[in-house]
Ligand binder design. Sequence first.
Ligand SMILES: Nc1ncnc2c1ncn2[C@@H]1O[C@H](COP(=O)(O)OP(=O)(O)OP(=O)(O)O)[C@@H](O)[C@H]1O
Length: 300
Amino acid sequence: MIELKHVSKSFQDTPALAQVTAQIQDGLIFGLVGSNGAGKSTLLRLVSGILKPEEGEITLDTIPVFEHSEAKRQICFLSDTVTYFPNATPESMGSFYQLAYPAFDMENYKSLLQKFNIQPEKKLQNFSKGQKKQVSLLLGFCANTRYLLCDETFDGLDPVVRQAIKSLFAAELLKREFTPVIASHSLRELEDICDTIGLLHQGSLLFAKDLDSMKCSLCKMQCVIPDHAKEEQLLSELSVLQYEKSGSLLTVTARGSRAEVLKLAQEKEPIFAEVLPLSLEEIFISETEVAGYDIKNLIQ
Ligand SMILES: Nc1ncnc2c1ncn2[C@@H]1O[C@H](COP(=O)(O)OP(=O)(O)OP(=O)(O)O)[C@@H](O)[C@H]1O
């Protein structure tokens, strides 16, 4: 497990991270979301041991990452700016990664290049942005490190490629010790991939939570209750985060499980009542409102 304890980092006079404490649990996909300048890249560069924390500590299984090369070797970091050597090809980058990462799986890399329809001998400078990102992801994936840190590497990939990479990650998680950390400025880019999501804002980690438990503790329901008094009673009984009335249709987001919220609605003799799936954005709206923030200013 990677653990950050009270980690701070600034660049000259610019504070980038302040007192970040978090755990990156093994075997789960950790998403890091935050607007431009929130500190995502700084956090990933600190975790990968490229930067040294000014304050606090980052450990991998209790070993401080920055001081220990054996900890760093277990981490592969994919930067948001994909840069390759001049005249590099996917093939030559594979050879380079093989030198840098002893467990690099060349056979798998070659087969994945073929599956993703990437020409191994074509110069990377002539690839599109998305294709360069794909090669970067495949290189990182085949490095076979325990942790793969992806800095906005998923942003802008087309849906087919995203799905393919997602499936690769899912299969790998079942096969070996593998923990991807994916930073993005967009919540939507992370929604279908991550198990845990942390929200960074102006260098502070507002929260990091398990997505399923967040989804289970919140509920969005639509219902039509003909008796106005009973509708009022329902709203007073629920821990309402947001509600909207459109004609006779009441849409309410409330704390509590699906069963609890539905039971209270059923007691009010509705014409109908149903629970709707919550988007990640809706979950974040409620979580950040509790912390006193307006989510619209924090994420895209
Ligand atoms: N090398 C550097 N020198 C000076 N300031 C820096 C440096 N790197 C980052 N910063 C500053 O630290 C803060 C956090 O930057 P960081 O790149 O970590 O944010 P980010 O969340 O990755 O942003 P983005 O989504 O725009 O990539 C910003 O205010 C940035 O200007």
